[in-house]
Ligand binder design. Structure first.
Ligand SMILES: Cc1cc2nc3c(=O)[nH]c(=O)nc-3n(C[C@H](O)[C@H](O)[C@H](O)COP(=O)(O)OP(=O)(O)OC[C@H]3O[C@@H](n4cnc5c(N)ncnc54)[C@H](O)[C@@H]3O)c2cc1C
Length: 396
């Protein structure tokens, strides 16, 4: 949707296909997830003039606390603290990013694109076949309708049917972990602080939302996650309290819980004849630091700029040379961040006393070296490297 919005705003004719309607069950959460958006992603949403619709529901992230933990014990005192007063990812005092529910983002994007005269939305609509030739691509929908365009952008998620139809292979592995996602209501305010506790089963992230609410991404080995997921409300909340600690006061979770089995996937190519992959279709990463959607928005910004430039120069937007510019611009950032998240997860899953000691000392030292800490902060905010216009907050 973000890609359709970016292209539609500069006058491209876009047909947006989505197999899921914008809201499956009115009043119910769409996928339960929130996205922690770095500053560059927020600038993109500002450049697309979406921010006013999103801002009321976006919770600023003031600080991020990262610590190694064990159930029943206090977190290690050697933690990492990213402070908005550091000015690492912008002016000192500016938030490190914002947290927004995926459903709200989806609704805001849907509203914005439905106002664009050259974007048409087909939803629910499912692609059943794709044919590509030298001049364009033909998609057949499940209802038999066919659509023709010079370029198809596959932003159809990790399992990307279009990527499979094009025969693009991926490097992939499973994490043997499942993320439980749920919203918790707590008595005391979170003060805009996001927490990441590294517990032996996997990371336990508390992401502040507007009001006294936080979204939890609670990672455990598959069987344990399923067992926790199946608990009745009281037992589930008791498990939550054991992980939260006392500082939030009374805690209750929403009845809606979601399970996400976690895997790594990276497409060997982001492009093929008349086809470009974007977002999770190109790269799926561990949600350990909430970077997946941010990477996808960076793809969106680069692809929009590359296509816009090509059209201005009178080039065919589906030409291989045009798509190669997109691929080479995005590949290094995507590969390096994906592997970094994978390494972090492996490092924090080691549960020997020596590994814990090394981690604690490493985090303590890292936290005290200002330039290193600021570099990590800028990386997470998406403020590194050759930024396309939208990520700098500029219109195309
Ligand atoms: C537990 C968890 C927590 C996360 N937290 C964060 C976070 O805090 N910050 C962050 O940046 N990222 C986070 N992520 C990652 C983020 O959710 C994903 O990177 C992001 O949703 C990918 O977006 P996408 O549009 O590429 O794919 P998807 O969100 O999977 O969307 C794919 C779309 O394609 C449509 N589709 C699929 N197949 C077809 C078809 N055949 N025909 C038509 N339409 C089709 C689907 O309906 C869907 O709308 C998290 C991930 C997980 C699992």
């Amino acid at each position: 949707k973000a890609q359709a919005c970016a292209l539609g705003q500069v006058g491209f004719s876009v047909i947006l296909l989505d197999e899921k309607p914008v809201s499956r069950q009115p009043g119910r959460p769409f996928d339960g997830r929130v996205s922690a958006l770095g500053r560059a992603s927020c600038r993109l949403l500002e450049a697309l003039e979406l921010w006013p619709a999103i801002a009321p529901d976006a919770q600023p992230i003031r600080d991020i606390l990262v610590s190694d933990g064990r159930l029943g014990r206090r977190p290690s005192p050697l933690h990492l603290h990213f402070d908005h007063l550091d000015g690492a990812a912008g002016e000192a005092g500016e938030p490190l990013g914002h947290i927004i529910a995926n459903q709200q983002l989806r609704t805001a994007l849907h509203k914005a694109i439905s106002l664009l005269p050259r974007v048409s939305i087909r939803s629910p609509a499912r692609v059943s076949a794709m044919e590509r030739d030298a001049f364009g691509v033909t998609l057949t929908l499940e209802d038999g309708e066919t659509l023709r365009a010079p370029l198809c952008i596959a932003a159809d998620g990790s399992g990307s049917p279009l990527r499979e139809m094009a025969g693009i292979r991926s490097i992939t592995w499973e994490y043997a972990q499942t993320g439980i996602v749920v919203t918790a209501h707590h008595e005391r305010p979170h003060d805009g602080v996001a927490h990441e506790y590294f517990l032996p089963g996997g990371p336990f992230a508390i992401l502040p939302m507007t009001g006294n609410r936080s979204s939890l991404v609670w990672t455990e080995p598959h069987a344990r996650a399923k067992a926790l997921f199946a608990l009745d409300q009281d037992s589930f909340d008791a498990e939550l309290r054991a992980r939260f600690g006392a500082q939030w006061g009374r805690i209750e979770s929403d009845a809606d819980r979601f399970l996400y089995p976690l895997s790594f996937r990276h497409a060997r190519d982001y492009i093929a004849d008349r086809l470009a992959l974007a977002g999770d279709a190109a790269h799926t990463i561990h949600p350990i630091a909430g970077q997946g959607f941010n990477l996808g928005l960076r793809d969106v910004a680069v692809l929009a700029e590359v296509l816009h430039d090509a059209r201005r120069l009178g080039l065919d937007i589906g030409a291989r040379t045009v798509l190669e510019r997109y691929q080479s611009w995005r590949r290094f950032d995507n590969v390096s961040l994906s592997l970094m998240m994978d390494m972090l997860n492996r490092l924090f899953r080691m549960d020997t006393p020596l590994a814990r000691l090394a981690r604690d000392i490493g985090m303590g030292a890292f936290g005290r070296i200002g330039p290193l800490r600021r570099l990590a902060s800028r990386h997470a905010a998406g403020d590194m490297g050759d930024l396309p216009k939208l990520l700098r907050g500029e219109a195309l």
